[in-house]
Design a protein around this ligand. Structure first.
Ligand code: 13P
Ligand code: ZN
Length: 278
């Protein structure tokens, strides 16, 4: 049983490098991510986004599968709710046994974000739950995770102090769902933010950041590194290859299996990459 708390995982990460947080869409993702963590000998975060919950129609089936997979591996695993806009979903996740959540009020006006996040933080802390959050939207559909968006260090420090969140997602040059790995991060800003804010920093949209950029971000002070699209690219590539190799293939195990294996190898590689001294 190695389901661990995010409080412990981020502490371990600050000693040994970054903490890889990977998005789960199918049960194969969860199996692959945990197998990758076992191979790398590193802790890992399985995260379920509100969008993925909407895709499945409910949280419980995939969340319970993740909790079950986490409890039967040797690797330390955190199960985390990612980008929850709905407070009801946060309550549901915690009720199911998820002990870490990202409450995303970044689309709200600043004062409303602070008020709502403060309430959710108090609710979470009275139950021992870890809360990640982020500052307000800077325009564009991608909110703060847009190439030009930047988190202001003074605002960030005030936000963390006011809300009592346990981790802060920061805008430092990455953007969600990039299919190229050429985002240029602002490492100077990461260093300033890490000094200004006394909770771990979270890099969202890390699929668009090249390997060297991920290493540099961790060295500059990022702790949790969120990666989704990169795994989906790797999975889709392997599934496409398996289907193309045999046009008669119909058994999902024969194409999802190679997809899962490819994700395992990529998670192992990324977790080894993240094992750097900050
Ligand atoms: P990417 O899909 O761009 O890696 O983003 C992941 C993420 O930020 C999940 O919260
Ligand atoms: Zn994100």
């Amino acid at each position: 049983m190695t389901l661990v708390s995010m409080f412990d995982a981020v502490q371990d990460a600050t000693r040994a490098g970054g903490l890889g947080a990977f998005n789960v869409i199918s049960i194969e993702h969860a199996e692959a991510i945990v197998a990758g963590a076992e191979a790398a000998g590193r802790p890992v975060v399985l995260q379920l986004s509100e969008n993925t919950v909407a895709y499945h129609g409910s949280l419980a089936p995939l969340a319970l599968a993740c909790l079950s997979i986490a409890s039967t591996t040797n690797a330390p695993v955190v199960v985390h709710l990612d980008h929850a806009v709905s407070v009801g979903l946060v309550h549901q996740a915690v009720g199911l046994g998820i002990s870490s959540v990202m409450y995303d009020a970044s689309a709200l006006p600043h004062d409303a974000n602070v008020a709502a996040t403060t309430d959710v933080a108090a609710w979470c802390h009275s139950r021992g739950v870890f809360l990640e959050a982020e500052l307000g939207e800077v325009g564009g559909k991608d909110g703060v995770h847009a190439p030009g968006a930047r988190t202001d260090p003074v605002e960030a420090a005030a936000y963390v102090e006011a809300t009592h969140v346990d981790a802060l997602a920061v805008a430092v040059g990455s953007s969600h769902a990039m299919d190229t790995r050429d985002a240029e991060l602002d490492y100077g800003l990461i260093r300033v933010l890490a000094a200004a804010v006394d909770v771990p920093l979270v890099l969202h949209g890390a699929s668009g950041v090249p390997d060297a950029g991920i290493v540099a971000a961790v060295s500059a002070g990022v702790v949790k590194v969120n990666i989704a699209t990169q795994l989906n690219k790797v999975m889709a590539g392997a599934v496409r290859e398996a289907l193309a190799a045999d046009p008669k293939l119909v058994d999902p195990r024969k194409y999802l299996g190679p997809g899962r294996d490819a994700v395992t190898a990529e998670v192992t590689r990324l977790l080894e990459l993240l094992t750097v001294s900050p």
